[in-house]
Design a protein around this ligand. Structure first.
Ligand code: AMP
Ligand code: FE
Ligand code: FE
Ligand code: ZN
Length: 298
């Protein structure tokens, strides 16, 4: 465990008291609110242990952590690392890893860099059919945010082409419309290894969504477990019921951590903080397993 600055000292009396939401996004990626506001919203929705998990980025940790502890919440630093299995986009949540780990930082830099060119290509392609420019997307991304389709959606909204992100994703941004392009992302095995080697705990985010990203085959998931995968995010609104059953059985068989979370994106998605939660027992297991960083306690 790294030595930690004074503000990070443990105060055991406040350990995991109350609902935990371990998947929240800020405007450092594709959420619509600053990290501190995300923590205020989580607190207002009854959350008492919160993780900030921006896509491929950790720059929101300090602000979110300060806000969380001021509000009396426990803060778990995290990230949602983009990965890819065959054609599937796979999201791997990493918690309590060393944000300065060189290999992990190099990989997130590579993903984030490639996301920019990819977003530009998507916008150029959409721009042939709609009144949309790359400058419109730049106007929607602040703070060097991890750029993604949600920012293209926001540009389409600003142009009056769609009403909200949901309409954009159901229409123009859906792969069936032909504008979609993938971005560079590591294999899930690499993603799990990078997070684990940085002292963190890797949890597959929303592993059983419907549609083209549907669940990775079980034998491959078992390889991820051998590689050090810590568990699954099971209670998430996008997991299918049948997928949740498969995941619960797998978690039991391999004694894995299971989490529940909202995947809050501010006004960018209907998901509300605390709509799914993780048990105190599972939060404790997550914290015990991590060696890369410490939670921040109030
Ligand atoms: P990208 O990584 O650029 O392909 O974009 C995927 C991101 O879009 C994910 O992080 C989701 O949070 C977001 N997203 C996916 N579907 C929707 C939707 N229907 N409404 C709003 N955001 C969405
Ligand atoms: Fe997102
Ligand atoms: Fe995700
Ligand atoms: Zn997410």
């Amino acid at each position: 465990m790294k030595s930690l600055p004074p503000g990070y000292a443990r105060s055991m009396s406040h350990l995991f008291s109350g609902p935990a939401d371990l998947h929240l996004h800020s405007n450092h990626s594709d959420g619509t609110e600053a990290p501190a506001e995300v923590m205020r919203q989580a607190h207002a929705h009854g959350v008492r242990t919160a993780a900030l998990t921006d896509h491929d980025r950790t720059t929101g940790w300090a602000e979110a952590g300060d806000a969380a502890v001021t509000l009396g919440m426990t803060f778990i630093p995290g990230m949602e690392l983009s990965a890819k299995h065959e054609w599937r986009s796979v999201h791997v949540l990493g918690y309590l890893f060393d944000p300065e780990d060189a290999a992990l930082a190099a990989e997130t830099d590579r993903i984030r860099g490639d996301r920019v060119g990819r977003a530009e290509r998507i916008v150029r392609s959409i721009g042939r059919d709609y009144d949309l420019l790359w400058e419109d997307v730049l106007a929607q991304t602040t703070l060097d945010a991890t750029v993604g389709r949600p920012h293209i959606a926001d540009a389409l909204i600003a142009r009056g082409i769609v009403r909200d992100r949901t309409e954009a994703f159901d229409g123009i941004l859906h792969p069936r419309e032909g504008y979609y392009e993938p971005h560079y992302a590591p294999d899930p095995l690499t993603a799990v290894r990078l997070i684990t080697d940085a002292g963190g705990v890797a949890i597959i985010a929303h592993p059983s969504t419907a549609g083209r990203d549907r669940m990775m085959p079980v034998p491959f998931v078992e390889r991820l477990i051998e590689e050090g995968l810590g568990g699954f995010e099971i209670d998430h609104r996008e997991n299918t019921e049948s997928g949740k059953r498969v995941l619960r059985d797998l978690a039991k068989k391999h004694d894995l951590i299971v989490t529940g979370s909202s995947d809050y994106h501010g006004s960018g998605k209907p998901n509300r903080p605390g709509e799914n939660t993780t048990s105190d027992e599972m939060v404790a297991r997550l914290v015990d397993r991590a060696t890369g960083f410490s939670p921040r306690y109030p």
